[in-house]
Design a protein. Sequence first.
Length: 662
Amino acid sequence: MIKSKLMMSAIVLLMASIYLPSCKPKNVSSATSGDAAIKSFVAPGKYDEFYNFVSGGFSGQMTVYGIPSGRLFRAIPVFSVDPEKGYGYTEETKPMLNTSHGFVPWDDLHHPALSTTDGIHDGKWAFGNANNTPRVARIDLKTFRTVEIIEIPNSGGNHSSPFITENTEYVVAGTRFSVPMDNNRDVAIDTYKENFRGTVSFINVDKESGRMGIAFQILLPGVNFDLARAGKGKSHGWFFFSCYNSERANTLLEVNSTQKDKDFVMAVNWKKAEEYVKSGKGVKKDVSYAHNVYDEKTHSATSTMEKEVIMLDPKDCPDMVYFMPCPKSPHGCDTDPTGEYIVGSGKLAAIIPVFSFTKIQAAIAAKNFDGDYEGIPVLKYDAVLHGEVKKPGLGPLHTEFDADGNAYTSFFVSSEVVKWKLSDLSVVDRVPTYYSVGHLCVPGGPTKKPWGKYMIAYNKITKDRYLPTGPELAQSAQLYDISGEKMKLILDFPTIGEPHYAEAIPAELLSKNSTKIYRIEENAHPYVAKGEKEAKVERKGNEVHVYMTSIRSHFVPDNIEGVKMGDVVYFHVTNLEQDWDVPHGFAVKGANNAELLIMPGETQTLAWRPDRIGVFPMYCTDFCSALHQEMQGYIRVSPAGANIPLTFSTGKKAAPAPEAAK
Ligand SMILES: [Cu+2]
């Protein structure tokens, strides 16, 4: 009773801290260091030192900023359609957003993860999670494009994702919402405790191609999984997941899931799980989930429905899963660069528990259990604890590390970042954030080799930090210099959507591999025109396929006649340029779907369904040359029964369309 009253007052405090505008400290400008401008200044024409991959939260995209300048370079469309790039609108990219629920145009991306080899950033891929309709995406860091998306079955909100193992053997996906499973899905919500279960999925990643596949899932009690980190070094082979709602409440969670003093960090021995899968302990489950892959040779995506996953039940697989008590609704669950320490962060806690991997192993060997939770052994808190960071702040959320044995923990409620030492757990510095920081990023912070130098705080509230822009304000990041003893705020920069989590990587690891063009001779798109001579228009029933080319500053063909009402016109536009940074665009009047943006050597397709007769202009939308404005054409649409032959031309008399194709 007392505990729950205390908890209520903590919640009231938390609410107050969210809504009180008076949280702005006096003399804000004095919080910025005197040489801030020099430290974050990247002169015109100079490069940034790091790429910062930031989740776009509810925008469903990932954004890329330069550090230390805070300049925005790119928004990478991942789980939402994007009118700047045509992603999700072109015929080639629509399959990327296909799911077992059909086409989903907008999702919620929370956590980027950058691939590692031997625990160190390798610059190959970025992964991101779709929170709402559970999926994991892979982005190719040569092109900064989403090339694969896999849906996660038996999941109800993919928050605890996409965290990766040391050699990117696996990407994990833990479900936030537990859900009813198998054939027992139409159940009363208040049968939660009997019928709802959680899962974590291990998705394997091919070392060379990066191609993903769900290796296995683990069936778990109906808690909410929040975040996760793989072990590394000595703890390689283990994965740690924070979970809350061990009360297994299904309503008013802000009260009902905060009743217990401690929830859990779950430790999974995934090497052991692999053995169980090999020895046939897994049960095949009938499911249906989309697996979407973009092929860079055909410039097209395919979507395949997969039908099966292997499920491991800890009941049949002893020594695979353990719970460790962790105070007050844990969010962050972070392993230090050595892999020895696992830092839990209870959202409503006033201490930070640090677990020791060595002690976890000893406690497991000695069966030093505090009973079980739904059949899974619970390790004794004191037996696995390295120690607690005392009085660090209120509401620890997430921890990153530098290479010098320091940890940086964000505090949402007290709106600050606290630096502490892993060796003796002493607090050595604290700085305010403006306001209510969520995750942090130290370049390389989750890896074996933190690059350090900067710490970036991603804040939930920006009230009064920028010029007002109506009811919705820009969310923001704040950059701190951590090269000295004291952390120094050096820059604010606005972000797109909610900057939920981010990773940063040295620019040189990516910039040298960046794709400049697609080679036209390697273009295997079924509707490519590899030169103007191959440009043509073909009719197949009511489909009209335009094999169109674009090069500065004209289309071939640029005059098309013979289209009739009821036709669907597919403009397959190949950009013939073989020069870096010369995209062309394509738009036709009245297109309900989209426009196109086509990279050098690429083919993209716009499907156009004319809704009236007439002559319709079309033009290039990406300013490509001095005569960009001249890059235009016309397409004529006649009545359904008209006798106008299909013809096409550029700069000469119209040629008839090939007879054979009619
Ligand atoms: Cu152009």
